[in-house]
Design a protein around this ligand. Structure first.
Ligand code: GDP
Ligand code: MG
Length: 435
């Protein structure tokens, strides 16, 4: 996964130059790729353009971050800005002790009715007394669909009658609430295949009468480019207060959420993750940012690499690289998590490693045991480890003499490789871990 963006960028940026700060040329080059990634994730063209301009301004002149290379630094900056644009932290709709009334609006098929049922289940689980209102008089079966969901959740439902005026609905609702107190009313409204003026008017009239405390636009993650237009129009007609993104369990990378959020500035409260009632999660901006960039959990890895004391892993003079250093490095790496993934964080490593490469955790443990069985003198100067010492170390760490031979040979090769790397790249090149 990671090779996708960070390393792809690094390949490109290597050609532009290596500096300790991101140059304008590097940022410009990198942002071409970032814009492509955003468009591939179905972010609206204008939104992508504006976003790239904003992050470019911040990136030029930025210090290349500690253990990261320039490509990874750009990805981190872009990712952080994406998280910020998507709202930073997960947010929740406003809820007071009583009188909460939420409107669910959106295009037909976006997932309004399903999300209404999911919200009922979610908030009933939190101890709320929920009432659902089936106000979609457009499709004959819509009210029944909500009734089925309400039964599953175990909450009452009030069905709006055909031809009923908003005033009548208001009166029936009040009556219902007087007889049976509810602190959260969620209204499922009529769907539209496209923005339709007559239906918008109807929705707006009902909104004026019921005065919802939240008006939530339900956006299908698969709508792609259209999401911006839909969000903009609904916001203009029925002033939105928040967003719900559905079908995040599908292939969509989530660009629609960035478009809808950018154009309305409204928080995204929930993500729909299945057709089932339990398929509702808080919207986590960091996860979606990673998904938009097509990076999976890479940011977690970058963070872990930053946290680990990578300074301890940098060996000043390759000739001094002894077994003690090797042991320190191995232990550092193990602390950071899945080895195969981490190896790929090492600049250039993902290209050198065969596809699907993983490091055997057990093997690392064995090496640890072997080096631990050596004296300080032996670790510092492996040349003195003769046949007799090898036998002793093997016995002490529960391996064969052959294993010890292999380890010493590996260490020798690593040392040679490091010398070569330094000769070709000079100090300062290939920032980050030097293994
Ligand atoms: P409405 O017209 O806006 O009320 O949309 P519905 O609630 O009837 O949903 C339309 C279709 O999308 C139905 O088949 C739902 O099961 C499906 N759906 C809704 N939300 C999700 C979701 O988060 N994930 C998946 N996979 N399907 C969903
Ligand atoms: Mg519906």
């Amino acid at each position: 996964m990671f090779e996708s963006l960070g390393n792809k960028l690094q390949d490109i940026l290597d050609r532009v130059g290596r500096e300790s700060k991101l140059t304008e040329a590097q940022v410009k080059t990198a942002m071409r790729e970032i814009r492509m990634a955003l468009l591939e994730a179905d972010v609206n063209f204008g939104v992508a353009k504006e976003f790239v301009a904003r992050v470019s301004e911040k990136a030029v002149g930025q210090e290349v971050m500690g253990s990261l290379n320039a490509g990874q630094t750009v990805v981190k900056l872009v990712h952080d800005e994406l998280v910020e644009t998507l709202g930073g932290q997960a947010a929740q709709p406003t809820l007071t002790n009583e009188g909460n009334l939420w409107f669910m609006v959106g295009l037909q098929g976006a997932g309004k009715t399903t999300s209404t049922g999911k919200l009922a289940a979610f908030y009933k689980g939190k101890g709320r007394r929920v009432l659902l209102v089936a106000a979609d008089t457009q499709r004959p079966a819509a009210r029944d669909q909500l009734e089925v969901l309400a039964k599953q959740v175990g909450v009452p439902v009030l069905k709006v009658a055909d031809g009923e005026t908003p005033q009548e609905t208001r009166r029936r609702l009040d009556e219902h609430l007087r007889a049976d107190f509810r602190d959260l009313v969620i209204v499922d409204t009529a769907g539209r295949l496209q923005i339709d003026e007559a239906l918008m008017d109807q929705l707006s009239d009902l909104q004026t009468e019921l005065k919802p405390t939240e008006t939530l636009l339900v956006v299908d993650a698969m709508t792609g480019q259209e999401a911006l237009n839909v969000a903009q129009t609904f916001d203009a007609r029925v002033k939105l207060s928040g967003l719900v993104i559905t079908k995040m369990d599908g292939d969509a990378r989530g660009g629609a959420s960035l478009s809808a959020r950018s154009v309305t500035g409204k928080p995204i409260y929930f993500a729909g993750t299945s057709e089932k009632l339990a398929g509702l999660e808080p919207f986590y901006p960091d996860r979606v940012a990673g998904r938009i960039l097509g990076m999976g959990d890479v940011m977690g890895l970058i963070e872990r690499a930053q946290q680990a004391d990578l300074k301890a892993m940098e060996v000043k003079k390759p000739g001094d690289f002894d077994l003690e250093d090797l042991l320190t490095q191995l232990r550092q790496i193990r602390k950071m998590g899945p080895l195969g993934d981490l190896m790929k964080l090492i600049p250039g490593m993902s290209r050198a490693l065969p596809e699907g490469f993983t490091v055997d955790e057990k093997q690392i443990q064995r090496i640890d045991a072997m080096i631990s069985s050596m004296t300080a003198k032996e670790r510092h100067n492996p040349k003195i480890i003769d046949g007799r010492r090898r036998k002793r170390i093997a016995a002490g760490s529960g391996v064969t003499v052959q294993d010890i031979n292999k380890l010493l040979k590996m260490h020798e090769q690593m040392k040679e490789m490091m010398k070569m790397l330094q000769k070709f790249s000079g100090p300062g090149a290939g920032r980050g871990m030097k293994l």
